[in-house]
Ligand binder design. Structure first.
Ligand SMILES: Cc1cc2nc3c(=O)[nH]c(=O)nc-3n(C[C@H](O)[C@H](O)[C@H](O)COP(=O)(O)OP(=O)(O)OC[C@H]3O[C@@H](n4cnc5c(N)ncnc54)[C@H](O)[C@@H]3O)c2cc1C
Length: 401
């Protein structure tokens, strides 16, 4: 491959990855998905696209279940649904995200570990595998799931670095960097998500699933799980808003959901225009990788271009809510309709926007998708209970179209 190691941030690329992967989504995936081999031949590589909903979970599940039985594709369906579960779990307990950000601030201000943190982030630890995964992540914006687990485990239990700093490093470099999947997966490796159960990377497992490419020495394999406060109590399930009929309406896209078709038709006149509010820079208090910022902005432009004829003229593509307010005022917009953004920087940016819009008497309407509405309320306990709901989630897919 020549040129940029980052994939094009387009729906066309997502669809071609899906088409290539479809024949392998059944028993092949179940048998070989844990092997981390160059080029990642046994997994879909769809996460950067699912992350921004250039392709939706519903579309991927429908395509896979159009080709394989639920039984044959059970493993793959479960993985896609893990993403949904993490989203729902965090949505019911948003304090876990703010606690993570507080913990990150504390970790970054602790000067005693600055040198060790810098060495880990530079991939200069001398640990076989670890340094290569850091380099791969920085260069390509992607890591195989097993490499993410090994890296996170070595970060926490062998290098003894704060898990929040590792989660932040991932969020700043992963094209699929996601507040729910990332934070909760790091917590799971650490033993905080399922209290008392942690994931310890072992050299023999790494050698086996990397085809002998890596076999690190000196991993700390009998560390105790981290401990932390109990999970915060569950909050209410979000219901989302409903657009009011007969108003001058603008559409707003965010990086959380670049498939605005479910917002249409509006209950009234067609949209007077659309804008994009970017928020990827808010993933971290530290600078987010250029590749991530570029991918996210390009993904948003791809969606806005494809939907331009149905969303009306293009307004600002900005990371400053003030630009969206100015546009809405200039266009005489009464309400801005946007996909509901789950916990994370986009939701924070929308909350800021909402405060400014309400000063101008403009309503911000956050519409929840049926897929999320169906699934999230079930993220009350562990994944094993959640996955019992897969038939119900899958049955609702037709209705989503
Ligand atoms: C420490 C750690 C951090 C992670 N951070 C992120 C993150 O920021 N964003 C992210 O999307 N995933 C994250 N994951 C989950 C998982 O590693 C990636 O979703 C997966 O590797 C993406 O590659 P793929 O698309 O080829 O996956 P496939 O195996 O082809 O799976 C298909 C889709 O299912 C979903 N999926 C698969 N595995 C998981 C999983 N374990 N948890 C949640 N969803 C899953 C993804 O949307 C993925 O695109 C993390 C896992 C770990 C252990």
């Amino acid at each position: 491959m020549t040129g940029s190691p980052l994939p094009p941030a387009t729906r066309t690329e997502a669809l071609s990855r899906l088409a290539r992967f479809l024949p392998h989504a059944g028993r092949d995936y179940a048998a070989r998905r844990n092997h981390d081999l160059p080029g990642h031949p046994h997994v879909s590589g769809l996460s950067p696209f699912l992350r921004h909903r250039l392709l939706t979970e519903a579309e991927v599940l429908e395509a896979v279940l159009g080709r394989h039985s639920l039984q044959a594709a059970e493993k793959f369906v479960q993985e896609v649904v893990w993403r949904t579960y993490w989203k729902g779990w965090l949505e019911l307990r948003p304090a876990v995200w703010s606690d993570y950000r507080d913990g990150l601030d504390r970790a970054l201000s602790d000067g005693r570990m600055a040198d060790r943190l810098a060495a880990a982030e530079a991939g200069a630890t001398g640990i076989d595998g670890f340094d290569a995964w850091i380099a791969e992540l920085v260069e390509t914006g992607y890591l195989h799931n097993h490499a993410r687990m090994w890296l996170a485990s070595i970060w926490i239990f062998t290098l003894r670095l704060p898990w929040e700093a590792g989660a932040d490093f991932f969020l700043r470099h992963l094209l699929d960097g996601d507040p729910a999947s990332n934070t909760l997966s790091w917590r799971w490796v650490a033993g905080l998500q399922t209290p008392g159960k942690h994931y310890l990377a072992r050299a023999d497992n790494i050698a086996r699933y990397t085809d002998g490419r890596f076999s690190p020495k000196g991993l700390f394999t009998d560390a105790a799980p981290l401990s932390g406060p109990p999970h915060p109590p569950r909050g209410p399930v979000p219901g989302g808003d409903t657009p009011a009929p007969g108003m001058r309406t603008g559409i707003l896209l965010t990086e959380e959901d670049l498939a605005p078709g479910f917002l249409l038709p509006l209950p009234g006149p067609a949209p007077v225009g659309h804008a994009v509010l970017l928020s990827a820079a808010g993933r971290s208090p530290r600078p987010v990788a250029e590749g991530v910022l570029g991918f996210t902005a390009a993904a948003a432009r791809d969606a806005a271009d494809r939907w331009a004829d149905r969303l009306g003229p293009r307004g600002p593509v900005a990371d400053d809510p003030a630009a969206v307010v100015d546009w809405a005022v200039a266009e005489g917009i009464d309400q801005i309709v946007t996909p509901y953004a789950p916990v994370g920087p986009a939701a924070t940016a929308l909350a800021r926007l909402d405060r400014r819009l309400s000063r101008e008497g403009i309503r911000l309407v956050r519409v929840l998708r049926d897929y999320d509405r169906t699934a999230w309320p079930h993220a009350t306990h562990g994944f094993f209970r959640f996955k019992e709901r897969i038939p119900e989630i899958v049955a609702g897919l037709q209705a989503e179209r």
